[in-house]
Design a protein around this ligand. Structure first.
Ligand code: GDP
Ligand code: MG
Length: 441
C-alpha cells in the first residue's frame, strides 16, 4: 500500500501544473491503494470526498511541496477515521478490573489474552486468566500453557461444560486473591453460529466486565466491517485489538473495526510470541499505511524544532541504523534534557510510551539515571558493541560491582536496551531520509 500511494504522490509532485484532473487522478490512485489495503469501499469514498474539500487546489498549484500537502491531508483523514472520539477503559491498579475477550475462532484471543496480561504484569498489575472456552477441545490446555510460561495465575476446567459457571467461579477466586486484572477468555467458533453470540452475552451478563475487547485477525480483508459489527451488536465492545499484523495483513481492517465498533484500537499483535504485542498508536500506523516508515511527521517536526546545524548529525545517526548502548546513553541524555533532540527521540515509537509514560515522568527519570550510572561502569568496547551476547555473566557482575548496583539492575538495563534495539531495528529509517539527503524538498 505504502508503495502505491507514494507513487501516486510522487507523480503528483512531478506534474508541473496541478490542475483538477491531475489532482483527481492522484486521489483515484490513492483510493485504489487503500482498497487494496482492505480499507472499506465506503470509507475510501468518504475519504476522497473530504480530501477534495480540505485541499485547496490553488495553494497546491503555488505551493512548492504538493506531495507533503496531499499526504498530510490524507494522513489527517485516516487519523480521524481511527479515532472514535472516546478513549477505551484503562484498568486501574488495585481495583478488580474485569476484561473479557471476544472474537472469532482463530482470531488470536487466547494468545492475545496472555500478551495483554503479560503487558500489564510488567506495569505492576496482578493479572489472572480465566478460560471460559469450553467449546474447543484443548482450549484450557493452551491457556494453561501460555499462562504458566508467563507466570500468570489461571483458572479453568476440563470437566465443566458451562462457560458461564467457569467464568463466575474464576472471577470469585481471583477477586479473593486480590488480582487487579481478571481476564476472561471466551470461545470463538464461526460467524454463522448464533450460539456464539448468545454464550458471549451470557458470560458478559454474569461477569459484568469493565471492558470487552474485540480481537480481530488483521488479515481477513473486506470482511472486517461486518464481523466487527456483528460483535458490537451482541456485546458492549469497548476496544479492539488487531492481531497478525506481522504477516501479509494490510491494516485497512483496523479502520473498519473502529468504524463498526465505535471503539479505539488499543494494541496490535505482531507475532506469536508473548512480546510481539505493541501499544497501538494512530499516527505511526497511518504513517505506515502512507509508506512513511514508522516515523510520520518526524521530518516535519525535525525541521521545526531541531536547529539546522544539528539535523545532519541526527540523520547520520538514524541512517547508521545500529543501536548501541552508547547510542542509548546519548538518547537518555537527550531525553533528560528534553532539548530538541530529546523531543525527537521521545517521539520514536516505544521510547516515550514505554520508557517515560505520561504521569510517571519522575520515576522514569530516576530509572533512566540509574541506567546511566550503570553504563558509566561499562568499557568503551561494551558501549560500542553491536553484539548483544558480549555482556556475559562475569561482565555483568563487574559492572554491577563497579556501579554499586545489583546484578538485577544491570540485567534490567540490558533488557531495556534489547527492547529499544529491537524497536530501532524495526524502524524503516531509510524512508525518513529523502534521496537528496536534505530534510526539506
Ligand atoms: P483463538 O481461537 O481466538 O483463541 O486464537 P489463538 O489465540 O488460539 O490463535 C490462533 C493462532 O493464531 C495461533 O496459532 C496463534 O499462535 C496465532 N496468532 C495469534 N496472534 C498472532 C499474531 O499477532 N501474529 C501471528 N503471526 N500469529 C498469531
Ligand atoms: Mg482460544
Amino acid at each position: 500500500l505504502g508503495g502505491s500511494i507514494s507513487r501516486a504522490l510522487t507523480r503528483m509532485s512531478s506534474a508541473t501544473v496541478v490542475d483538477e484532473n491531475v489532482f483527481r487522478e492522484c486521489l483515484n490512485e490513492i483510493a485504489r491503494a487503500l482498497m487494496q489495503a482492505d480499507v472499506r469501499f465506503k470509507m475510501v469514498c468518504d475519504l476522497q470526498a473530504n480530501i477534495k474539500k480540505s485541499v485547496n487546489l490553488e495553494a497546491l498549484a503555488t505551493g512548492t511541496n504538493k506531495r507533503r500537502i496531499i499526504e498530510t491531508a490524507v494522513g489527517k483523514e485516516l487519523c480521524k477515521m481511527l479515532d472514535p472520539g472516546k478513549p477505551a477503559f484503562v484498568p486501574k491498579k488495585g481495583k478488580p478490573n474485569v476484561v473479557m475477550f471476544v472474537g472469532l475462532q482463530g482470531s488470536g484471543k487466547t494468545t492475545t489474552c496472555t500478551k495483554y496480561a503479560h503487558y500489564h504484569q510488567r506495569k505492576g498489575f496482578k493479572p489472572s486468566l480465566v478460560c471460559a472456552d469450553t467449546f474447543r477441545a484443548g482450549a484450557f490446555d493452551q491457556l494453561k500453557q501460555n499462562a504458566t510460561k508467563a507466570k500468570i495465575p489461571f483458572y479453568g476446567s476440563y470437566m465443566e461444560s458451562d462457560p458461564v459457571k467457569i467464568a463466575v467461579e474464576g472471577l470469585e477466586k481471583f477477586r479473593q486473591e486480590k488480582s487487579d486484572l481478571i481476564i476472561i477468555d471466551t470461545s470463538g467458533r464461526h460467524m454463522q453460529e448464533a450460539a456464539l453470540f448468545e454464550e458471549m452475552r451470557q458470560v458478559a451478563e454474569a461477569t459484568k466486565p469493565d471492558l470487552v475487547i474485540f480481537v480481530m485477525d488483521g488479515s481477513i480483508g473486506q470482511a472486517a466491517f461486518d464481523q466487527a459489527q456483528a460483535f458490537k451488536q451482541s456485546a458492549a465492545v469497548g476496544a479492539v485489538i488487531i492481531t497478525k499484523l506481522d504477516g501479509h495483513a494490510k491494516g485497512g481492517g483496523a479502520l473498519s473495526a473502529v468504524a463498526a465498533t465505535k471503539s479505539p484500537v488499543i494494541f496490535i499483535g505482531t507475532g506469536e510470541h508473548i512480546d510481539e504485542f505493541d501499544v497501538f498508536n494512530v499516527e505511526p500506523f497511518v504513517g505506515r499505511l502512507l509508506g512513511r516508515g514508522d516515523l510520520p511527521g518526524l521530518l516535519d517536526k525535525m525541521e521545526s524544532i531541531v536547529p539546522a546545524d544539528q539535523q545532519s548529525e541526527l540523520v547520520a545517526k538514524l541512517a547508521e541504523g545500529a543501536f548501541t548502548l552508547r547510542l542509548m546513553y546519548e538518547q537518555f541524555q537527550n531525553l533528560l534534557k528534553m532539548g530538541p533532540m530529546g523531543q525527537i527521540f521521545s517521539m520514536l515509537p516505544g521510547f516515550s510510551s514505554e520508557l517515560m509514560p505520561k504521569g510517571q515522568e519522575k520515576q522514569s527519570k530516576e530509572k533512566i539515571k540509574r541506567y546511566m550510572t550503570i553504563m558509566d561502569s561499562m568499557t568503551a568496547a561494551e558501549l560500542d558493541s553491536k553484539n548483544p551476547k558480549l555482556m556475559t555473566e562475569s561482565r555483568i557482575l563487574r559492572v554491577a560491582r563497579g556501579s554499586g548496583r545489583q546484578v538485577k539492575d544491570v540485567t534490567d538495563m540490558l533488557e531495556e536496551y534489547k527492547r529499544l534495539a529491537k524497536m530501532w531495528s524495526k524502524l524503516n529509517v531509510s524512508k525518513l531520509i529523502p534521496p537528496n539527503g536534505k530534510m526539506s524538498d
